[in-house]
Design a protein around this ligand. Sequence first.
Ligand code: IVH
Length: 658
Amino acid sequence: MALQHDDYLRLVKKLHALNADYYTKNESELVDADYDSLYQQLKAFEAQHPLLVSPDSPTQQVGAGPEEHFAHHVHHPKMLSLANAFNADDLARFLNRVNKDAQDAQGGQVHLSIEPKVDGCAVSIDYKNGTLAVAATRGNGHIGEIITDNIRTIVGLPHTIPVQHNVTVRGEVYIKKSVFNHMKSDFANARNAASGALRQLDANVTKDRQLDILIYGAAIGGHESHVDTIDWLKSMGFPVVDALKVPALLPPLQNAIGAIDHSRSERDYDIDGVVIKVDHEPLQLVMGATAKAPRWAVAYKFAEEEGVTTLEDVSFQVGRTGIITPVAQLAPVTLSGVTIKRATLHNSDEIKRLDIHIGDKVRLKRAGEVIPKIIGVAEPGDDRRSILVPNQCPSCMQASVVPVDSGVAIQCINPQCPAQIKARIRHFCSKNAMDIAGLGDAIIEQLLASKCIDTVADLYALRYEDLIALDRFADKSAQNLIDAIHASKTRPLSRLLIALGIPHIGDVSADLLAARFPSLDALLTAKEEDLLILDQVGPKMARAIMALQSSVHFKQLIDALLLNGVQPTTSRVQNQPLQGQTYAITGTLSQPRSAIQAMIKANGGRVVANVGKKTNGLIYGDSPGSKYAKALALKDKGTPIALLNESEFMALLNESSQ
Ligand code: IVH
């Protein structure tokens, strides 16, 4: 139905409100696809009635304005948005325009760069004289908010680069899917959580959220070819998007889009499409931009494909901690080119919320997630059956099932449950843990069934003769597995901590504990107060470690691992003067801040963005900021925080190294 002028004005208001929510409150009332559809209606009206276009229309602006409490940063050049393409026709129109402008400008074959469109928050980062100087959010594209301290918490983003000319890089800050999934958060998705974390006033909070970044270009200081710019940024240590150079023709472009679409589930970050850019940067300049978006680039959004299929059954899967998760068994259906037969139902609350029954036709969505989601009932089945939560474990068949999480979830508490044992072994061998290649599900099952192993410790007692006697092994595969197991004996202590699946210990805390304790034994005999003194160890993690120390079962497992030759390596360097200490920096120093930060780190300390009760010292230079006043106030109240000027700090390092 065609829009009337009144409808149009209402739509302008509605989109404004949604924009404001999206950019400033990290939430969106509508999902992206719905927003896009309203936006398209608005654009269609404006195309038909150019004289009625309201100056307030979101088509005339980029995003909403920055919030008040951060200092502002003016973007040079402006951070533009991207025009969208939804289908092959849109792509063909874009290609025609590019090829025509290229003909007019220079002639010859044009190339494009095809990149994933990372679903996070855009930031711009200036490097001056090789040092990270200012980072800002996109804001309204013209003015953003300065969030330099928060950006500095991103592990893997270089603080210094080996070039002296000014470089401005632009990229997308995101939270890894694996991190977001383990995060207790009120945010609807990882992008909102990342946006919230970026705008924290306390950089320590940002740091806890473990942000990541992928750089997708240099606004200042790049090369002639965009793909060369990306390679150059990569060579300087920037995490960059993978940019593929293809000729500006539809078939190779569609192939590249298809390949990125298929890689979605393998990436540990959400992508919602691809970005297609003219590779030749001088041609980008010739093509120019509208007020809102460049003419030389386009975003091709993947469809959030929805489908309907029958819920045939619900099975219950036991994980390594014994938590039992309902899994929907579906009549096979293809969404975005992937055949789907299963979907997680999370827990009994989710089943109630969706009010689904076996036999129903259910609506299914596959967006960025690895696992497709059931989003509701499409049509109740004729003989619909309730989903019964089991009161015995589907794997060990024992009545060992107890409610947890206030009754929302159930857990099998039998430590000998075969499903848990299998899942624990699978986790132990996984890439992020002991990284033992070649130990897939089928082999683990076979090793357990043939009684070659009972626990992960038994893996290290396996011999070539044991494996070759089994069905699945030939000479080479048996030897490869023995070698892989052997190689894992000396994995770093942090990997072993992850492999053991200790509650509340993830990647970051495993690294922290491994850096602070000289050996596994030291960690397993540490007192609760030794643990709590560490900045990032909270009461939950300390309690989990205490519980392990008193577990006979865990002690037996560790003894068996050590007896069978597992010797985790530790990265802890002895006698570091600042070991375990945290320092903040404020004011102008005689050397770049990054140099002082590097010294703190090299001496075993950690740099924090703000001072707090646990901070050991503040290193201050000329015109110190608010951190100085805060540190003085803390000191006055009896907090043992050291205030050091630069030479006192250097003296401290020198003294300790003598
Ligand atoms: S280039 C002027 N490349 O998508 C062109 N943007 O919808 C600037 N984005 O604001 C953008 N991945 O935050 C570019 N590989 C990529 C990207 C990307 C994600 C974001 C970016 C931009 C938004 C536009």
